[in-house]
Design a protein around this ligand. Structure first.
Ligand SMILES: [Zn+2]
Length: 212
């Protein structure tokens, strides 16, 4: 960690990550990942670790951001293997950064949350998902990214659709990304987007007691 402020923010992110990891509407198994940028270093959840363990285990791995983004920029397949960009001096457990590390590195904001949010995916799997989301996310700076395989293809898809100010990505057939300058703002934005995308459970018919 570069500064005490970064260390405090990383502690807040670990607490938020653990609560996201315990919510089955946002996290299934080892899916989803969170990150914090501290100077040129991206701290991101390691591959194979679970968000719910963020407070009890060391699940964050440091990655050198600039060379990774350069690899995305020149469409270098090296961007598909983010472990090559881990900062080994700070990575005593030998953790491997997620294949989705480039998703986090591309967002300019300091804190990024990526979740396989059920409310988002239920719209993002639909053929008209982009239009459906558009009717719900008025007032939010968001971008639609059609499905690409995680790694270099998804990174290129995001890079081509990011506009200045965008802090929400809807990933077609995949999930949600929110980004903010602080953990508290990212948490609030995640809550806001989920609320806007959530649909009420379909009403069920009243039972025919006599027939039962
Ligand atoms: Zn994902």
């Amino acid at each position: 960690m570069a500064t005490q402020a970064d260390a405090q923010e990383l502690a807040a992110l670990r607490a938020l990550s653990a609560s996201i990891g315990l919510n089955p509407h946002m996290t299934q198994a080892a899916g989803g990942n969170t990150s914090l940028k501290a100077g040129d270093t991206l701290w991101i959840k390691a591959s194979g670790t679970w968000l719910k363990d963020a407070l009890s285990d060391d699940i964050m791995v440091p990655v050198a951001m600039a060379p990774l983004l350069e690899a995305v920029d020149r469409r270098d397949p090296a961007a598909d293997k983010p472990q090559a960009f881990a900062i080994e001096d700070l990575n005593r457990r030998g953790l491997r950064p997620s294949i989705e590390t480039t998703v986090h590195a591309l967002m300019p904001q300091r804190v990024v949350l990526h979740v396989h949010c059920v409310d988002t995916i239920s719209l993002a799997v639909q053929a008209d998902g982009e239009a459906e989301v558009a009717t719900r996310l008025g007032g939010i700076e968001w971008a639609w990214v059609p499905y690409f395989r995680p790694g270099l293809p998804l990174a290129r898809g995001i890079a081509e659709r990011l506009r200045p100010g965008v802090n929400v990505l809807i990933l077609g057939n995949h999930g949600l990304v929110v980004a903010a300058e602080t953990v508290a703002e990212a948490q609030a934005l995640l809550h806001r987007v989920r609320s806007l995308l959530a649909r009420p459970a379909r009403a069920t018919a009243a039972p025919d007691i006599a027939a039962l």
